[in-house]
Write a protein that binds this ligand. Structure first.
Ligand code: ARG
Length: 477
């Protein structure tokens, strides 16, 4: 049991209490961020004359040495320490002696952990954004390929009107594009540095918080020290954005599972992304799509957990906030895994144009267009709707489509029908005449595709050079 505190205690901590309280099993995950924050803190302390240049150099050498040794496997982060902050500080003191004891000057673990968590989340926002971008690129190339692939569009899971596969995929393109814009908002809102807030009330040392913030690539320092140590809004916002990503993935997976079924056969998931059954030799299951759909609950769980943890917390820091980490880390890893797998799955999936097109021809997906045809021939829409309704009933009885009826049969129901009706209700016409912005007609779709292409190629990402460490391992040695 290695602790940073103990002076005012007369008894050893109970072992169970120690284990219950410790966070190193999971906060070790932001060990790099912890060191990076300490480096910035020390550089600032030296600039302000709070540490000498010699002390700064000794501490930086120690910190980068710890980082290198952990990265290269020479130093293990063990559960002997309470948390990652204690691990780093204790190791530093062991390495460089008394100078190491000055690292924590003008700092508390409260602002330190707030910083580490921000640094960790900030990178993960960028990683999630990059994965979403790759998914959008994959979707866009499929959209370009399938502007002529007709398929039924559904409402209430009933065939409604024909669309194209490009159009259907384009709906998801919009969803994931909004997800990226949410991440961008979060990044900018969270990009302020809490370090220097101290335990809750700032510090009497003349810290230059603007400088620390700029060293770490933040827009500036946070403006209220109590809020700085007790704010986890950015965790909530990020988990909320990730939950929305999962909700979108899950809807898409649900459709793929349906499309991949023997009843639909719109798609065939590649062998590499399917699994078999231990008993039924014929099976090829869409397990990956199902698992992504299933893992959505897990990510929602993390969001609800942190919202619940935060709801009753008085200002400022409370230990409850240590609970912000495990489920958040798990949710982030889950979403990243799901995004990569999903992109791979749709990239390799086979879309069966012929089956989709045949399906679009059935189910009276041209009934609205047939009514619109009558409107064009002077029949008021409400009457046209009634006529086509009767026509559909007639066809159901005959087990055929509207386009299969003879002109005599059509005219027996309404004299307004003429020979050009067949052309007007053909699948091609039904799709291609839909040319308003955002509609499936090829020309309209191509305009949107061009806009999305420009959106992707103008995208420069959020913050290049994000991963460059402030001081490289081995510097100053
Ligand atoms: N492990 C703690 C956390 O995750 C670090 C901050 C501890 N501060 C304190 N005063 N106990 O929140």
């Amino acid at each position: 049991m290695a602790q940073l505190w103990g002076g005012r205690f007369t008894k050893e901590t109970d072992r169970l209490v120690y284990d219950f309280n410790a966070s190193i099993a999971f906060d070790r995950k932001f060990f790099r961020q912890d060191i990076e924050g300490s480096i910035a803190h020390v550089v600032m302390l030296a600039k302000q004359g709070i540490l000498t240049k010699e002390e700064k150099d000794v501490i930086l050498k120690g910190l980068t040495g710890i980082r290198r040794d952990v990265e290269e496997g020479r130093l293990q982060i063990t559960e002997e320490y309470e948390d990652i902050h204690s691990f780093v500080e204790a190791n530093l003191i062991e390495r460089v002696g008394d100078a190491g004891k000055k690292l924590h000057t003008g700092r508390s673990r409260n602002d330190q952990v707030a910083l580490d968590m921000r640094l960790y989340i900030r990178i993960e926002v960028l990683v999630a954004d990059e994965l979403l971008k790759e998914l959008l690129e994959t979707l866009l190339s499929l959209m370009e390929e399938h502007t002529d692939t007709y398929m039924p569009g559904f409402t209430h899971m009933q065939k409604a009107q024909p669309v194209t596969l490009a159009h259907h995929l384009g709906a998801y393109f919009e969803m994931f594009k909004r997800d990226r814009s949410r991440l961008k908002d979060i990044y900018h809102r969270m990009n302020y540095c809490p370090l220097g807030a101290g335990a809750l009330a700032g510090t009497t040392y003349p810290l230059d918080r603007n400088y620390t913030a700029s060293l770490l690539g933040f827009e500036g320092p946070t403006l209220n020290s109590m809020d700085s140590v007790s704010d986890r809004d950015y965790v909530i916002e990020f988990l909320s954005a990730l939950s929305t990503v999962m909700m979108h993935l899950s809807r898409f997976c649900e459709e793929i599972i349906i499309w991949n079924s023997d009843e639909y056969r719109f798609v065939e998931i590649d062998d590499a992304y399917s699994t078999g059954s231990s008993i039924m030799p014929q099976k090829k299951n869409p397990d990956i799509a199902e698992l992504i759909r299933g893992k959505t609950g897990r990510v929602y769980g993390a969001l609800v957990s942190i919202l619940t943890t935060m709801k009753g917390l008085p200002l400022a820091y409370n230990k409850d906030m240590q609970e912000d980490k495990e489920l958040t880390f798990d949710a982030i890893d889950t979403v990243k895994g799901c995004l990569s797998l999903f992109t791979g799955m749709i990239r390799t999936m086979k879309f069966r144009r012929d089956v989709m097109e045949r399906s679009a021809m059935r189910g009276f997906t041209n009934a609205t267009d047939a009514a619109d045809y009558l409107v064009g021939r002077g029949v008021p829409f409400r009457d046209a709707h009634g006529i086509i309704g009767r026509l559909v009933l007639y066809c159901i009885d005959k087990q055929c489509g509207i386009e299969d009826l003879s002109i005599e049969e059509l005219q027996a129901i309404s004299p307004a029908f003429a020979e050009d009706v067949y052309e007007a209700v053909s699948l091609k016409t039904c799709v291609e005449k839909r040319l308003t912005v955002g509609a499936p007609g090829k020309a309209a779709m191509q305009e949107v595709i061009a806009m999305e292409k420009a959106y992707l190629s103008n995208d420069k990402g959020m913050s290049p050079g994000e991963n460059e460490p402030l001081v490289k391992n081995g510097d100053g040695e």
